[in-house]
Write a protein that binds this ligand. Structure first.
Ligand SMILES: Nc1ncnc2c1ncn2[C@@H]1O[C@H](COP(=O)(O)OP(=O)(O)OP(=O)(O)O)[C@@H](O)[C@H]1O
Ligand SMILES: [Mg+2]
Length: 372
């Protein structure tokens, strides 16, 4: 019968110690032991790297030398209390604490603690990771995120401001065109009508039909110009302003598209009221205009379907075409402002614009605006 040789207990113990020492030697985290008086018992090479001290400078010294001044008395108190009543005042599994490098530089540490008994004495071990660089990188990232958000907010505010200025400018342009050109055309029309009447009364009798014909055609041209001017005024300032209401303006705009392009247009209203303020109405109208302009410019569509509904305090306006659709890379492209402008305008009123499109499958622009 073979006799199994077992090692004496002290030999196994020594082998275990050697193994742990090896692990500590190679560990990239600092491993540091202290007694109940906070005296440093051991420190692996990583601790030396983290704090800049040699092992000789550390062993036998108080742990507080590795802490910023303001943390030292707190550490003494809490270690003393823990030794007596076992109450931990911080998370032993992983806690972020400041450390003090030999050079006097503050460092940020992530530390886990453990307790062990060695030769009957209570000792503590800390596994320490220097996260200063990570923290700095996080800080830089956080700062640049804050900065980015600030610039984005500023840009958004600027866009909103520009929109308001542009709308005001359009109102005053529309007013000028109406008052000056409109009035001039109206008086021209009156003059031509009078002239027509005079010719029909006198000259016609003398057989001058040709003159009467040109007066009539002048009259017709003045009517056409007045219509064109009215259209320009409406484009500059949608009739919402004159209290026709948003729905009427959308209908008018769609009708104009149908006449101009021959596109088949369908509008489903579902009894909506659209009780939103004037600025918001203008925004919805402008988004709608841009969506229709995009359809005429890019979609190569045959049909346009527009639906508006109001549900749970949200107005949804959707404009769908059966055209070529938008390639994903066009959706992400920069340098055009139509789609971006739509989104920005909606955001001004806490709304949003979704664009649903894929090549060959048409495009849907959906505008959602909360109703106060
Ligand atoms: N309904 C649509 N059908 C097909 N393609 C579209 C449609 N709407 C937009 N697009 C595509 O998306 C792109 C971006 O649209 P966007 O309105 O932002 O720019 P744009 O119309 O080209 O220029 P602008 O800045 O004058 O509006 C367009 O260039 C076009 O390729
Ligand atoms: Mg566009």
């Amino acid at each position: 019968m073979s006799k199994k040789r077992t090692k004496p207990e002290h030999e196994t113990h020594d082998a275990d110690r050697d193994r742990y020492r090896m692990v500590a030697e190679w560990a990239s985290d600092g491993i540091l032991g202290i007694d109940t008086q906070s005296t440093i018992l051991f420190a692996n090479p990583a601790v030396q790297r983290i704090f800049g001290y040699t092992s000789d400078e550390l062993i036998g010294q108080k742990l507080t030398m590795l802490m910023p001044q303001e943390f030292r008395s707190r550490h003494k108190r809490s270690l003393g209390a823990y030794v007596i009543n076992g109450k931990k005042n911080l998370n032993w599994e992983r806690v972020e604490l400041p450390g003090l490098h030999k050079s006097g530089k503050m460092i940020v540490l992530e530390i886990s603690f453990g307790e062990f008994v060695d030769d009957g004495a209570r000792n503590f071990v800390g596994v320490i990771r220097d996260i200063t660089e990570r923290k700095q990188a996080e800080d830089v990232l956080k700062k640049s995120e804050i900065h980015l958000k600030k610039s984005r907010d500023q840009l958004r505010a600027l866009a909103a401001y520009m929109h308001t200025i542009a709308e005001n400018e359009r109102v005053s342009l529309a007013r000028d065109i109406h008052d000056e050109i409109g009035a001039a055309l109206a008086s021209l029309k009156m003059g031509v009508s009078l002239l027509g009447r005079r010719i029909s009364g006198s000259t016609l009798a003398q057989g001058k039909q040709a003159d009467f014909g040109s007066v009539r055609s002048m009259n017709a041209r003045i009517d056409a110009t007045m219509n064109a001017v009215r259209n320009v005024i409406h484009r500059l300032r949608p009739p919402v302003i004159d209290d026709f209401g948003l729905v009427a303006s959308l209908e008018w705009q769609l009708e104009e598209l149908r006449e101009r392009t021959g596109l088949e247009c369908q509008l489903s209203l579902d009894g909506v009221v659209l009780e939103i303020d004037d600025a918001c109405k203008i925004a919805v109208f402008r988004i709608f205009q841009e969506a229709l302009t995009n359809i005429t410019r890019h979609a190569n569509a045959r049909k346009v379907f527009v639906t508006i509904d109001e549900e749970e305090d949200i107005v949804t306006l959707s404009i769908r075409d059966d055209g070529v659709g938008i390639a994903p890379k066009r959706l992400e492209a920069t340098g055009t402002f139509g789609l971006v402008g739509m989104k920005e305008r909606a955001l001004m009123f806490d709304g949003q614009v979704e664009i649903d499109s894929s090549p060959g499958a048409g495009t849907t622009v959906r505008i959602r605006i909360p109703v106060p």
